[in-house]
Design a binder for this molecule. Structure first.
Ligand SMILES: C[S@@+](CC[C@H](N)C(=O)[O-])C[C@H]1O[C@@H](n2cnc3c(N)ncnc32)[C@H](O)[C@@H]1O
Length: 218
């Protein structure tokens, strides 16, 4: 059902699910919580969250958001279900591969993801699927850590990558901006959030300038 790399990622996150929230507790409190809240809390309509994980974004959706969360890992999803029950939320949580979404074209007003394009084995494949399922006037929003343009930081990211990818399933050195553009998605804003240029928020539209026959110099 899954290819080799996707299966490996699924197994890694299944193993990791019990520790995930605990491991990020400090950075969550100091930084991620604020980023999640400012990204998620104003969204309304039919929303797909990809790689919902343990459900860390769930507390920040407002009552006008009709949310479907998908993830590859059933163990991560178990944690998300627990959070959703405790918060009394009506959120659909489904096991699904972002690289093969089981939704019809033009279904969602928003597709969102946090710290997920670093984990998906085929990020461009997933981005093409995201582009397919978001409505033409919808938005695609990501908070991600990406490959830095600063040589020293980029070197550290390259050096640490074999450890983080093998142990925890995420890559520190992905050029996410390039991946978004290669999937044909148009980046409206690319905002620097924290730690020099590493943590970023991308707000995107599904229709790229290529679709309109305009040259993209981004
Ligand atoms: C680093 S965690 C981030 C979780 C959550 N978004 C957060 O902000 O804490 C990455 C998540 O992406 C999920 N994931 C990785 N590859 C995926 C895929 N192909 N389809 C769906 N989810 C995937 C993992 O199972 C994991 O839960």
């Amino acid at each position: 059902m899954y290819d080799k790399e996707t299966l490996k990622t699924k197994k890694r996150y299944d193993r990791f699910a019990g520790f995930y929230d605990g491991m990020e507790v400090l950075v969550e409190k100091r930084l991620f919580k604020r980023l999640r809240k400012s990204t998620i809390s104003k969204l309304a309509g039919n929303i797909l969250e990809i790689g919902v994980g343990t459900g860390k974004n769930l507390p920040y959706y407002n009552s006008k958001a009709k949310v479907t969360g998908i993830d590859l890992s059933p163990k991560m999803l178990e944690r998300a279900r627990e959070k959703s029950r405790k918060l009394n939320l009506k959120i659909k949580l489904l096991e699904m591969d972002a690289q093969k979404l089981k939704f019809k074209d033009n279904t969602f007003d928003y597709v969102v993801g946090s710290f997920v394009l670093c984990s998906i084995p085929g990020p461009v494949k997933a981005l093409k699927e995201i582009k397919r399922v978001v409505k033409p006037k919808g938005k695609i929003i990501f908070i991600e850590h990406v490959l830095s343009k600063h040589k020293l930081i980029a070197l550290l990211e390259h050096l640490h990558n074999p450890i983080t990818s093998r142990l925890f399933g995420f890559n520190m050195n992905r050029d996410t901006r390039k991946n978004i553009l290669s999937s044909g998605i148009h980046i409206e804003t690319d905002e620097q959030l924290a730690f020099f240029d590493v943590f970023r928020r991308f707000i995107c539209k599904p229709e790229s300038m290529h679709d309109k026959g305009v040259k993209d110099n981004g």
